[in-house]
Design a protein around this ligand. Structure first.
Ligand SMILES: O=C(O)CCC(=O)C(=O)O
Ligand SMILES: [Fe+2]
Length: 207
């Protein structure tokens, strides 16, 4: 059985206490209000296929003042500039909906993928859960051995790139199949441009 399946079953996290303490910093405050989450879902609903597999929609800041406010909140919380970030992505997973292990950043050996990277690569990912999921639906990091259960109003944030700009393979992650309920998330992919004075670059490849 692969690490993905194992983690989804709630087995084999096996993280050292040190790693655990460095990875997890979960606050019990709602990062978006219930009204904001409902609005985001309402805006996305006509564009996703609720409750079947996995589907998503992009929400531009111009669509509703609340979207703009949410983007601003992400900037305040992460300390990163969101001017050149991608639009807010809203995704829904129905029963059985999942997302296989992948990297959010573009790799160097995908040259054709670099064409639309004027804003740079995806330096960081902000992933916010907009629903509780009674069973399944965790986000798992297969290299690290971590599983994050969706809790409505909480978010996961990580850097996809080393400060040098090199991709960090340890960020490989996946969404486990939803077993009961419906999973709503919103993703914000922050790009490298605009972070020059917010996150200093490293001298070594893996700095
Ligand atoms: O829904 C999740 O838990 C992860 C989603 C994800 O990794 C993505 O959309 O890139
Ligand atoms: Fe992802």
């Amino acid at each position: 059985m692969g690490k993905y399946e194992q983690l989804c079953r709630g087995e084999g996290t096996g993280m050292t206490p040190r790693r655990q303490s460095r990875l997890f910093c979960r606050h019990s405050v709602l990062l978006l209000t219930l009204a904001e989450m409902e609005k985001v879902k309402e805006l996305a609903k006509p564009r996703v296929s609720p409750n079947i597999g996995w589907s998503y929609a992009w929400l531009g800041a111009y669509e509703h003042p609340m979207v703009d406010k949410i983007n601003q909140r992400i900037e305040d919380l992460t300390g990163l500039d969101v001017t050149m970030a991608e639009d807010l992505q809203v995704a829904n997973y129905g029963i059985g909906g999942q997302y296989e292990p992948h990297l959010d950043y573009r790799q160097k050996d995908e040259p054709e993928e670099f064409e639309d990277l004027v804003e740079g690569n995806r330096i960081a990912t902000w992933l916010l859960y907009m629903s509780d999921v009674p069973a399944g639906g965790a986000t798992v990091f297969t290299e690290v051995g971590a599983a994050v259960r969706p809790i409505k109003g909480t978010a996961v944030f990580w850097y996809n790139l080393y400060p040098s700009g090199e991709g960090d393979y340890r960020t490989l992650h996946a969404a486990c199949p939803v077993l009961v309920g419906s999973k709503w998330v919103s993703n914000k992919w922050i790009r490298e441009r605009g972070q020059e004075f917010r996150r200093r670059c490293g001298l070594q490849e893996k700095d």
